[in-house]
Ligand binder design. Structure first.
Ligand SMILES: Cc1cc2nc3c(=O)[nH]c(=O)nc-3n(C[C@H](O)[C@H](O)[C@H](O)COP(=O)(O)OP(=O)(O)OC[C@H]3O[C@@H](n4cnc5c(N)ncnc54)[C@H](O)[C@@H]3O)c2cc1C
Length: 395
């Protein structure tokens, strides 16, 4: 029997998958999973999509089925907040005073919405509870104003329209998603929303709320990593908890994963913190393996997806909004792949209503090979062929 205790703070996707992986890898010591929400671990993407619209059940958001944590002898402390960590004594203390000694600790505390106090009565969407409230409040004939046209704001706009609400989407930049996608692709999303009847106000601040007479104002201006615990414990923090490629923090036997972790990325050769479902899904298990002493170097290409009306997309990589954009396919017909290129190399690719192309897109990014943009733009050759040549060229 193993007498070690592994503690995981944060029972979101990253934390829950880490707990699962510890057992899967044969760890027989104690696994303590601490979550401050009064819910079992769940996935957040449905909250702005089918769950918010009332099209799917609560259980479908759960990371694991009922009974999973008991069956796997995972001590799930539900509705408990971790208050402090003492990295010298290797202890963690909960709000109620209970203290756990740990042999290894994973911090997976995620992120929380940035607040805009100037918007009185503004609501936010992060949790199931928030989504339940929105489900109640958004309905046919209601006027919903959304401040911020990032991914969450844009998805809520789409869902609210689908729920029959009038929607005004207010954004400081000229077009939605400009910071991530740049002007051209942002304009694509603006046109999608406008064609669905959204009143889009670009280059606008919260003054635009005046006179709108909105029944509900939702604020979606991004999230901030939940670093309080780490900061208090003296861990190195810089745009999240700084970790190396093995997801180790600056303190011995303390790891971080998911939205809260700013990890050294061996492929991209810089620190990377992303707020993506797939990152939580894969980094949690990677951190668990690292806790077990396995050789881990987390180098997955960042990946996320978004669904708005009948426009589905997947995005791989990490581009700068100023990178050169190359379009392959039919932008107006809403079936295309956009590539972001820098110095002739593919930094990121976004496929919109085109599927099963993530592998070649990621192979192009990984290869770091120069690619002729005209080859990418033309559909004469398959993407697989172009990726194969890029990989061969790089080898
Ligand atoms: C509405 C919505 C829609 C999204 N849609 C998409 C999408 O379409 N595609 C995509 O790629 N990503 C999407 N995301 C992002 C994705 O959900 C996140 O990247 C993912 O949830 C990160 O998981 P995590 O486990 O790192 O953190 P979280 O999910 O934030 O979980 C962290 C948990 O830790 C708890 N916690 C924090 N501090 C403490 C403490 N001191 N003690 C105890 N518990 C604590 C938190 O309450 C939370 O339950 C969406 C997010 C939201 C909110």
């Amino acid at each position: 029997m193993d007498d070690r205790t592994f503690v995981i703070v944060g029972a979101g996707l990253a934390g829950a998958k880490a707990a699962e992986t510890l057992r899967e890898e044969g760890f027989e010591g104690r696994v303590v999973l601490i979550g401050d929400e009064d819910e079992q671990p769940y996935e957040r993407p449905p909250l702005s999509k089918e769950y918010m619209r009332g099209e799917s059940e609560r259980e479908k958001t759960h990371v694991h089925g009922d009974g999973f944590y008991d069956e796997h002898k995972i001590e799930f402390l539900r509705g408990e907040r971790a208050k402090s960590i003492d990295t010298n004594a290797s202890t963690l203390t909960l709000d109620g005073g209970r203290t756990e000694n740990y042999d290894s600790l994973l911090i997976a505390t995620g992120a929380e919405p940035r607040r805009l106090d100037a918007v009185e009565g503004g609501v936010y969407l992060r949790s199931l509870r928030d989504a339940d409230a929105l489900r109640e409040q958004i309905g046919s004939g209601k006027h919903v104003a959304i401040v911020g046209a990032g991914w969450i704001g844009s998805e809520i706009a789409a869902s609210a329209r689908q729920m029959g609400a009038d929607v005004t989407l207010i954004e400081m930049a000229e077009v939605p998603l400009e910071r991530v996608l740049g002007r051209k692709l942002g304009a694509f999303y603006r046109d999608v929303h406008v064609s669905q009847g959204v009143n889009f106000l670009g280059n606008s601040g919260i003054d635009a709320l005046e006179g709108l007479g909105a029944d509900l104002v939702l604020v979606g201006i991004g999230v901030a990593p939940r670093i309080e615990l780490a900061e208090l414990a003296g861990l190195e923090v810089d745009n999240g908890i700084k970790v190396d490629a093995a997801l180790r923090t600056s303190a011995p036997n303390v790891f971080a994963a998911g939205d809260v972790a700013n990890a050294w990325h061996p492929l991209l050769e810089r620190q990377v913190r992303v707020e993506h479902w797939a990152n939580a899904l894969n980094q949690g298990p990677a951190a668990a393996r690292s806790m077990l002493g396995q050789d881990v170097s987390y180098d997955r290409v960042p990946y996320f997806f978004s669904d708005q009306y009948d426009v589905g997309m997947e995005y791989s990589g990490l581009a700068d909004a100023n990178d050169e954009v190359v379009i392959r396919g039919d932008l107006d017909g809403r079936e295309f792949i956009a590539f972001w290129m820098r110095d002739g190399r593919v930094q990121a690719g976004m496929n919109v209503n085109v599927w099963d192309v993530t592998d070649p897109i990621q192979a192009l990014i990984r290869s770091k090979a120069t690619v002729d943009p005209q080859r990418l733009a033309s559909t004469d050759e398959s993407l697989e062929q172009i990726a194969e040549d890029a990989v061969a060229h790089a080898a």
